[in-house]
Structures are given as C-alpha cells and as structure tokens.
Design a protein around this ligand. Sequence first.
Ligand SMILES: N[C@@H](CCC(=O)N[C@@H](CS)C(=O)NCC(=O)O)C(=O)O
Length: 198
Amino acid sequence: MICWTSATTPFGRKVRMFAIEKGVEKSIEWRFIDPWNDTSLQAHNPLQKIPTLETKDGMQLFDSRVITAYLDTLDGPSLIPSGAARFDNLRFEAMADQFCDAGVLRMREGLRPEAQRSPDWVERQRGKQQRVLDAFEAELDKLGSEPSLGAVAVAAALGYADFRFAAENWRATRPRLAAWHEAFAKRASVQATVPPGA
Ligand SMILES: N[C@@H](CCC(=O)N[C@@H](CS)C(=O)NCC(=O)O)C(=O)O
C-alpha cells in the first residue's frame, strides 16, 4: 500500500498513529509530499489532499476517516469498538478532524495578503476549536486510555494544537484533558509521528 501524506499534516498523523497501533504501518509505503503544490496527487485523489491511501487492490482511499475505517478491516486488533462505543469513537474522530480543519483554515487565512484576511472568519474557526477542546474535556470518560480510533484522533488534534497554536495554551483550562494527553503521548505511535520542530 502507498499513503501520500506529510510530516506535519494532523490528518496524516492520525492515519500513521492508527496504522502503528493496528500493527500495519510496515505494509504501507509512506510518501511525504506537499499537497498544496504537488499536482501529481490528482491522479490518486481529485481533491489533491493528503492523506490518500492506495490499497494493494488499487483502491484510492480518502479522506482520513475512510482510511482509518479501511485499515481497521485489516488483520490485527480492531481499534473501533462495536455498539454505542462505536459512535462515541466516530464522534471523537469527527470533532478531532474538524478541530484540525478549522486550524488549517486559520493557517491558510494567515497566509493571504493582509488586506484580504478576515478576522471574523479566523475568530469563527478559533471558536469551533475552543468548543471542541471543551467537549473533549467534558467527555473524556468516554475516551478511555486504550489506543482506540477516538483516542488516536484526539491525540492527533492535540498534537496539532501544540504544533500550530501553542500560544493558546489549551491545557490551562482543561486539566483532565492535559493529564490524558500526557499519558497517551508516551505511546510509541505518538512519539514516532511528532512533526519536525514541534
Ligand atoms: N478531511 C480531510 C482533510 C485533509 C486535508 O485538509 N489535508 C490538507 C493537509 S493538512 C491538504 O491536503 N490540503 C491541500 C488542499 O486543501 O488543497 C481528511 O480528513 O483527510
């Protein structure tokens, strides 16, 4: 299998952590690219976004949620529980991914010429991020300490918060989440995927 990703994308980091926890990372060739400029990715994903996974059967899978769902079907322990816990996990993944979506939008807005930037738009995205972090703190009991889909997704989002928005100090008002992250971040899957310079 081939996965197009980068060293800094939080969505790709979630997929890499998931693959490590699942025990399938070595069956994937990880190709780091710049999705903003590398149009060759369009041959695999019309959206030209990372992560994109090509399976052994030649399926081109995206986005990251489809990739984690696929990887979970491979040999190895399932990281997505069944029953009600399944939807807790999918919900955590949705919140974590959209935390990162909001972050990417903020980052990209900051790269536009100053006269074209919208402070309202940035604030709207920042508000989404703050509410997601509050929801993580409030719902932590459902997350647990095992390396589930939800846990990996939340760890990727918090890693992204530390990487891009460290000055906002998410830990200051979320002590339970901070303790959870400190423990989870000791896992090899988290350590092996830290973005360069983070
Ligand atoms: N919902 C997507 C988001 C992927 C995404 O936004 N990736 C960014 C990099 S962090 C990207 O490839 N952006 C290129 C673009 O939007 O053209 C997922 O979960 O995979």
